[in-house]
Write a protein that binds this ligand. Structure first.
Ligand code: NAD
Ligand code: 0WE
Length: 255
């Protein structure tokens, strides 16, 4: 069942084997796709190259999403190596750790700017760069979290960035629909990635999420990856501008 046979994609946001982006990479490559992976900086290059060694014909490129010239270079090289692109996975977020604790009201201007640049504007930039290569239309998928819709203690400026990201999904979907380019987000429940584990109180929240969710369990990262695979496939060809919750039903509950 090669859902993505003959398709090509680019994945932004693999840092290590626990990254949601890596789970998505495995799902789409298992389904027959060829991918380009980008890594944030030299610190992560070795990691990403080791992971990519398990893939068939991967392309590995550096990209700091705060740099327009990096994004341009990624698409120039993809244009040279792949004829065209069919999907883009955006799985990138960052806020200063000092802004993910304490009160949101104390967020400094620079912390706000940084979080929104990396976590929201970057979707606009990587989508715009991809358009010329998404010749037959395609699918852009980004990752979000419930903290965009609700005030989750500690998520703070990341919640504001995710609200901007989700709104960007709708405006991008409106702009690019005519070209059959679909833009959607997956709102995942807490996933035990290395980044998440670095957040104080994450494990406690992870356990409380499980008890409150209708399904009484946490989300498995492969459930998120499966949804991304679906969104990249022709089965989702009528879906754009959507935020799909993959959270074992957590968000439907009052308390
Ligand atoms: P992760 O740390 O594995 O992934 C985050 C990625 O962002 C890393 O690969 C990092 O290199 C990249 N990144 C940060 N700054 C960058 C920059 N300037 N340029 C390029 N790349 C940069 O953690 P993850 O949990 O897999 O997060 C992936 C996405 O999923 C994020 O958008 C996150 O908000 C979202 N998400 C995570 C969870 C969770 O609980 N883990 C839940 C819902 C949504
Ligand atoms: O989007 C996220 C976290 C993204 C993230 C993680 C870090 C850790 C390291 C962004 N920036 C940084 N900066 C760092 O220095 N999630 C959805 C996971 C998450 O983070 C939380 C959560 C959940 C869930 C923070 C507080 C409360 C809940």
């Amino acid at each position: 069942m090669d859902l993505l046979a003959g398709k090509t994609g680019v994945v932004f946001g693999v840092a290590n084997k626990r990254s949601i982006a890596w789970a998505i990479t495995r799902a789409v490559t298992d389904a027959g796709a060829r991918v380009a992976l980008t890594y944030q900086g030299e610190r992560l290059e070795k990691n990403v190259r080791e992971l990519a060694a398990t893939l068939k014909d991967p392309l590995i490129l550096p990209c700091d999403v705060t740099k327009d010239e990096d994004i341009d270079a990624v698409y120039d090289e993809i244009g040279r190596q792949f004829d065209k692109l069919d999907f883009v996975i955006h799985s990138v977020a960052f806020a200063n750790s000092s802004d993910l604790e304490g009160k949101f009201v104390d967020t400094p201007r620079e912390g706000f700017r940084l979080a929104l640049d990396i976590s929201a504007y970057s979707l606009v930039a990587v989508t715009r760069g991809a358009v010329r290569l998404l010749k037959d239309g395609g699918s852009v998928v980004t990752m979000t979290y419930l903290g965009s819709e609700r005030a989750v203690p500690g998520y703070n400026v990341m919640g504001v960035a995710k609200a901007a990201l989700e709104s960007s999904v709708r405006y991008l979907a409106a702009d690019l629909g005519e070209q059959q380019i679909r833009v959607n987000a997956i709102s995942a429940g807490p996933v035990n990635t290395l980044a998440a584990r670095g957040i104080s109180g994450f494990m406690k929240m992870y356990a409380e999420f499980r008890d409150a969710a209708p399904m009484k369990r946490n989300v498995d990262v492969m459930e998120v990856a499966g949804t991304a695979l679906f969104l990249c496939s022709d089965h989702a060809r009528g879906i754009t501008g959507e935020i799909i919750h993959v959270d074992c039903g957590y968000h439907i509950m009052g308390f």
